[in-house]
Design a protein around this ligand. Structure first.
Ligand code: GLY
Length: 375
């Protein structure tokens, strides 16, 4: 019997499983397809606390703590796996294309400066010297220095190797149908093949599918939010920074690809690529860098983010079920928040000291909420 059963082999499940195994637990991870696919594979790998947090508060603090631990965490994963994951501390340029966008960006600059967060302002002339391919219509740019990137696909592959190396037993193509409950305690899971798998504790880290366990006494209101993306092939790896407008973001990879993301769509569990989605991505990209019009398209894909009603992740012990823990609902920030999530969750499992999880992330905040059907 395992000390811990992890349901879900995305970046969150893998990161917690690895850290729990390193802390001495016997860990079995169950993944219904292959690990590190789904949202982990579909993501862009932006590590963007400043761009994603609307204001001060626990989310920004948690995200910054995760970002600031990223280098050490990635190096440990690279060392354990023998793989390089293209982690780059290259910064992001937020670009304003209109008067109202410029006003909002100036406001953001003042907000960041007042908090001592690393930002730098560029007027259009200076910006064009730095990034000559940018559209002449750009009115100003804010460089977010603490905004990094990683190749999430490589990171996912490396984490699988590193988790196995730490002792995690990864079982693929095992769908969990229900969490086994006995006298208010989780005692394992039941698979779609009707096999019980017993474990002392269970961690639910099933991403967009986390809300599908109707046997739990308290709802987990996670819903899928589709993101469509594409990548372009550029001739040389000229651009190093992430570029972002209010519409889209462009993420360079060292091999010359440029990722364009992403739509945010409430279409349930529907994957796929649509004409309107691709049009919005391409229009947004060409508005920022007109020369991309001649770039060949390399790939299209989409993924399902795990969204929550308040946009915060759901982290900690499940209410009313002893031995069940949740690490889900990371929405647009699973890649960024993985190290801090693992660091915060594992001490709850081992009974040791760890970083405090903000109350606003607690699963208990949904006690009493109505259970919505997950479609
Ligand atoms: N992290 C960016 C996105 O989800 O589109």
């Amino acid at each position: 019997m395992s000390d811990l059963i992890v349901v879900g082999g995305g970046i969150i499940g893998l990161s917690v499983a690895r850290e729990a195994a390193l802390a001495g637990l016997q860990v079995t991870l169950l993944e219904r397809n292959a690990p590190a696919r789904e949202a982990t594979w579909a993501a862009a790998g932006m590590l963007s606390p400043l761009a994603e947090a609307p204001d001060d508060g626990p989310f920004l603090d948690f995200a910054l703590a995760s970002l600031r631990s990223y280098r050490g965490w990635v190096r440990a994963v690279e060392e354990a796996s023998g793989m390089e994951v293209e982690y780059r501390e290259s910064g992001k340029l937020r670009l304003a294309l209109s008067g109202p966008e410029l006003d909002r960006l100036v406001e953001r600059r003042e907000w960041a400066e007042a908090r001592g967060l690393g930002v730098r302002w560029f007027e259009p002339e200076e910006l064009r010297r730095k990034e000559p391919g940018l559209a002449l219509s750009i009115r100003g740019a804010l460089l977010l220095e603490e905004d990094f990137r990683v190749d999430n696909r490589r990171l996912g592959e490396a984490l699988v190797v590193a988790a196995r190396q730490a002792g995690v037993r990864i079982r693929t193509e095992v769908t969990v149908r229900e969490i086994l409950l006995e006298k208010g305690r989780a005692r394992g899971v039941r698979t779609a093949e009707d096999d019980p798998i017993e474990g002392d504790r269970v961690l639910l880290a099933a991403g967009a599918w986390s809300g599908t366990f109707s046997e739990l006494p308290v709802p987990i209101p996670v819903r899928p939010v589709r993101g469509q993306m594409l990548s372009l092939r550029t001739e040389e790896p000229g651009m190093t920074r992430v570029l972002e407008s209010e519409e889209i973001y462009l993420i360079p990879r060292d091999d010359g690809r440029l990722l364009v993301g992403a739509t945010v769509e409430e279409v349930g569990f529907e994957g796929g690529i649509t004409a309107a989605g691709v049009r919005s991505l391409l229009e947004g990209a060409l508005r920022l860098v007109p020369g991309l019009g001649s770039a060949p398209i390399a790939e299209f894909w989409s993924g399902l983010r795990p969204g929550t009603p308040d946009g915060h992740p759901i982290l900690g012990p499940a209410p009313q079920v002893e031995g069940l823990y949740l690490a889900t609902g990371h929405f647009r920030n699973g890649i960024l928040l993985a190290p801090r999530t693992a660091r915060a969750i594992v001490p709850l499992l081992t009974g040791s000291e760890g970083p405090t999880i903000p109350d606003v992330f607690s699963p208990a905040r949904f006690e009493g909420a109505r259970r919505e059907p997950v479609v």
